[in-house]
Design a protein around this ligand. Structure first.
Ligand SMILES: Cc1cc2nc3c(=O)[nH]c(=O)nc-3n(C[C@H](O)[C@H](O)[C@H](O)COP(=O)(O)O)c2cc1C
Length: 205
């Protein structure tokens, strides 16, 4: 067997592959903001999100601690890109000025449709088959350019076409997240296996 000699490298980012989400929040004037993000994981029904300090999204959740998290399908990657270099901040931060521009209506800029949420003020994204409504529980500062935002999920909305019939379970063979890996967008390939504890192991197989 040949031993691989790994290279010691310093990539500009360590985005190894996390789901793309569109975060809905409410601006000071009551209009919705929408921002692509990918720093996500879930501990039970507590979301742990990484939000940059100079974004309107972080400002919004500090002042109005509610958000929606919407997962676009891979086919909507260009809608995500359409608002990737935009900010809800009227005062575009100096560090972003070269590439970013202020956009007041990011739903329109992305060609996406706001859908009223049921438990929080920010809207959901109608085109996303999986949508979460959440309330901010804690914000942890002191992490350089980012804060860690913990948010408790209040409701999960799923298109019936991704739910195993008659259950509360997302069937992962019927749903596809967009994965952000080293600044490229991917879908997910075929299944390689599943945990013995999968809720949907037998479904459709
Ligand atoms: C695919 C993708 C993933 C991103 N992930 C994050 C993220 O996890 N956290 C974050 O704060 N910004 C992330 N960004 C950057 C924000 O979308 C960007 O800074 C935007 O200007 C924020 O908008 P806002 O100022 O209206 O909040 C990501 C952007 C893209 C395109």
């Amino acid at each position: 067997m040949t031993t691989v000699r790994h290279l010691d490298i310093r990539p500009s980012v360590l985005y190894v592959g996390t789901p793309v989400m569109l975060i809905g929040t409410v601006n000071p004037d009551g209009t919705p903001n929408l921002a692509p993000a990918s720093s996500y994981w879930a501990l039970g029904w507590m979301l742990v999100l990484g939000l940059e300090n100079d974004g309107q999204t972080q400002r919004n959740v500090r002042e109005r601690p509610e958000l929606t998290v919407n997962f676009p399908p891979p086919g909507l990657w260009n809608a995500v890109e359409a608002i990737a270099d935009t900010t809800g901040r009227v005062d575009v931060p100096p560090a972003k000025a070269a590439r970013y521009r202020h956009v007041a209506d990011k739903f329109a800029a992305a060609g996406l449709t706001p859908q009223a949420a049921q438990h929080v003020a920010p809207p959901r994204v109608e085109e996303c088959a999986l949508q979460l409504e959440a309330r901010v529980a804690r914000i942890t500062d002191g992490l350089g350019d980012y804060a860690i935002v913990e948010a408790e999920v209040q409701a999960v909305h799923a298109d019936p076409r991704i739910v195993a019939p008659g259950t509360d379970h997302i069937d992962p063979r019927l749903w596809e997240p967009t994965i952000y890996s080293f600044r490229h967008y991917f879908g997910i390939g075929g299944e390689h296996g599943h945990r013995p504890t999968s809720d949907t192991a037998g479904a459709g197989a």
